[in-house]
Ligand binder design. Structure first.
Ligand code: NAI
Ligand code: MG
Length: 330
């Protein structure tokens, strides 16, 4: 496997080395290709991502990505939006499930759901007109975009509990009617039990009764917000992995950002990135390695080996070292 490794900015430079140390512990046949992207590169060279960088990403089988900082500069084009569009990775998969010995906001831990977020259009279309008096962003829903994410979600639901929730706001935004209709048709055609909820009351229902959900399909911005919110259910943003999947490329990254408030202190939780690595191994068919990695993570957590966000006293690199050592000595 040829793997592009992007540290990015802020805590990306801490959590990616921890995950790479763990990957190296498996001694697999993997060629790692480091790629520099992000705000740091922009400051240094005037460009956060070049055409050449995109070509390099495309030449690899998949990407392991940390996080990048997006400054509030109107001339700065989001690196992630660029990559997701250029590599046409339309499905953003965000599994939310409790980990051992980590408490979220509920006593109950019998929930396990996946947010399937449309990743290329919606309110993140990038079509914007920015002015002093009026600024607009165009929300784009296409039948093709809705259909392929609906297909993905139904396929996933078919392998799980065959229960799909379509989350939208079509009562106010008519563009969502197309999204809703396409998702409903696809679920009906594939025999998936489905219902739909309006995003505002859904947010309340998800945070109060997460055990009622299995696969959730939604548009770009809603999926972004709902997944960060779900971090509260499992114990924090440092625990949420994700995969960006297209027909040709795959890209694995933690849900969180570059966390400038804690960057450079070696205290960021690397587990979101390490769990993203586990998704990468599963995607690549390395099922045994993924299972060992899960066992190693569970073992570390059960021994209280965790970073300060989970109440622990271990550093980012120590958590990485200990999990890597577990794998090497197993
Ligand atoms: P953030 O996710 O970076 O941080 C939010 C809060 O969660 C902060 O208090 C941070 O310390 C904490 N946090 C995040 N990850 C953590 C971890 N692994 N361990 C412990 N604590 C953690 O979101 P924020 O602050 O809104 O954005 C910061 C920068 O990151 C911005 O420039 C934003 O554009 C960028 N960003 C990048 C993303 C990406 O590259 N995928 C995604 C989200 C934001
Ligand atoms: Mg986000």
């Amino acid at each position: 496997m040829k793997l592009a490794v992007v540290e990015g900015d802020g805590i990306g430079k801490e959590v990616i080395p921890a995950a790479v140390e763990i990957l190296d512990a498996f001694e697999m046949d993997i060629e790692k290709v480091p790629v520099e992207l992000g705000y740091g590169k922009w400051e240094r060279t005037g460009s956060a991502i070049t055409d050449e960088d995109i070509e390099t990403l495309k030449e690899c089988d998949c990407v392991l990505f940390g996080a990048v900082t997006t400054p509030p500069d109107p001339n700065y084009k989001s690196v992630l939006l660029t990559i997701r569009k250029e590599l046409d990775m339309y499905a953003n998969i965000r599994p939310i499930r409790p980990l051992p010995s980590v408490k979220g906001i509920h006593e109950r831990n019998d929930f396990n759901f996946i947010i399937v977020r449309e990743n290329t259009e919606g309110l993140y279309s990038g079509i914007e007109e920015i002015g002093d008096e009026v600024s607009t962003t165009k929300r784009v829903i296409t039948r093709k975009g809705a259909k392929r994410i609906a297909d993905y979600a139904c396929k996933l639901a078919n392998n799980r509990m065959k229960k799909l929730t379509i989350v939208h706001k079509s009562n106010v935004m008519k563009s969502d009617k197309l999204f809703l209709d396409v998702c409903r048709e696809t679920a009906t055609d594939t025999g998936i039990v489905h219902r739909d909820e309006l995003v505002d009351s859904f947010a309340y229902n998800l945070i109060t009764s997460p055990w009622n959900y299995d696969v959730i399909v939604t548009t770009n911005l809603f999926g972004d917000i709902l997944s960060d919110m779900s971090g509260a259910l499992v114990g924090g943003l440092g625990l949420l992995p994700s995969a960006n999947i297209g027909d040709k490329y795959a890209f694995f990254e933690p849900v969180h950002g570059s966390a400038p408030d804690i960057a450079g202190q070696n205290k960021a939780n690397p587990l979101a990135t390490i769990l993203s690595l586990k998704m990468l191994l599963e995607w690549h068919g390395d099922i045994a390695e993924a299972a060992i990695l899960e066992e190693a993570i569970d073992s570390a957590l059960n021994m209280g080996i965790c970073t300060p966000d989970l109440g622990g006293k271990y550093t980012t690199s120590e958590v990485g070292n200990i999990i890597a050592k577990y794998i090497r000595t197993r």
